[in-house]
Design a protein around this ligand. Structure first.
Ligand code: P6P
Length: 363
């Protein structure tokens, strides 16, 4: 793809809408026409979910379906199911997805799926993309008014997938490095859609008076180093030793940065990552003795977030390797997540490197 102009070439001033940005980008890169149409569908879903989240209490959409567990073993909230349906329907009608995978679906859904999820009209209409998403991340916080979000990633399908449904389902298991696009939508004091196509990370805020996402954060650059750490310290004594040592050092000002860090933890990944992107610092959900791969899912949480961070000059690692290089072993595979300002993530990685070096010497 020829190097498209930067967002500020296309949209010299903030205030331009996401729809306009995508149309202009397509004008420079005609092969992005399908991606442009995909983002139209994602925007529709995000606006609908934003509206439903705000009204969930008024419309009695709070609470859980008693006894209905998703594949994660988590009880499904009403809004989990509603957001999942909204996103599935919006993406289905985009007409570009052969396969979609969701946190709320046990297995990936393929367009030739007899479930009839994909109306006949769009089956095999040459769809060449895969959508992966967490429709309402952090939904356990929703009933208390705490921010929640949607996370999504877009992959291309391998050419052989067109021949065989099983191949399509297996083609979902791609590393973050293969992502064509990724983003999240934060439902908070404002509704903010942050996205990347591999040419920087850009933020658009929903202007409800015109019903459009408007460019407010062109070419986000995360601070090189921050002073906020964001971990669930309730798991502290189960963490790997390098993480415990790192957290102790930044709490006591004994780390490389020599200053004490503040603790901020919402418990909604989209909110914690967005704050980290805006203010700098480090967010982590590391491995621990009870969850050997941490809690967050690689395909539709960690990898899209890693793409966004890297495109914003940040870093996203398992503690020992880039998250975007990790190949999912299954749709709901989990991965340890450490992401944020490059200096902070590198400093934490150095605590793992020290242990690995020490072990190698002892071998
Ligand atoms: P904990 C929400 O359930 C979620 O998947 C992420 O949004 C969030 O970062 C994490 O789990 C919070 O997990 O164990 O700290 O409640």
């Amino acid at each position: 793809r020829n190097k498209s102009p930067t967002i500020t070439d296309i949209c010299p001033q903030t205030g331009v809408t996401l729809s306009r940005y995508m149309m202009e980008l397509e004008r420079w890169n005609p092969e992005l026409s399908e991606v442009e149409s995909i983002f139209t569908s994602i925007q529709v879903a995000a606006k609908a979910i934003s509206n439903l989240v705000r009204k969930s209490t008024l419309q009695a959409n709070t609470g859980y379906y008693k006894g209905s567990m998703n594949i994660q073993g988590e009880e499904q909230s009403k809004m989990d199911v509603i957001a999942n349906d909204v996103l599935k329907n919006a993406l289905n009608w985009a007409g570009h997805f052969k396969t979609i995978a969701s946190e709320e679906e046990d297995e990936p859904i393929s367009s030739s799926d007899p479930q009839g999820i994909f109306p006949e009209a769009i089956i095999d209409s040459g769809k060449s993309y895969i959508a992966v998403f967490d429709p309402l991340d952090g939904s356990a916080n929703l009933d208390s008014g705490i921010p929640v979000g949607t996370i999504f990633g877009i992959f291309r399908h391998g050419t052989e997938c067109q021949l065989d449904r099983q191949l399509c389902l297996e083609d979902v298991l791609q590393p973050g490095r293969n992502l064509v696009a990724a983003g999240y939508c934060l439902y908070s004091s404002a509704t903010t859609l942050v996205m990347t196509l591999g040419d920087g990370t850009h933020g658009f805020t929903l202007d409800e008076t015109i019903g459009e996402f408007v460019l407010t954060h062109p070419s986000i650059q995360i601070p090189q180093q921050g002073s906020i750490y964001s971990f669930n310290e309730g798991n502290r004594w189960e963490w790997d030793q390098p993480i415990q040592d790192y957290i102790m050092d930044i709490q006591t000002g004994m780390g490389k940065q020599q200053n004490k860090y503040k603790a901020r933890y919402v418990g909604s990944m989209v909110a914690d990552v967005h704050r980290t992107l805006m203010y700098g610092g480090i967010f982590g959900y590391p491995a621990d003795r009870t969850s050997l791969n941490g809690k967050l899912r690689l395909l539709y949480e960690a990898a899209p977030m890693a793409f966004l961070l890297e495109q914003a000059g940040g870093r996203a690692s398992t503690g020992t390797r880039p998250i975007m290089d990790v190949l999912p072993t299954d749709v709901h595979a989990r991965v340890p997540v450490i992401l944020g300002s490059p200096d902070d993530v590198k400093e934490l990685e150095s605590y793992y490197e020290a242990v690995i070096e020490k072990n190698n010497k002892e071998l």
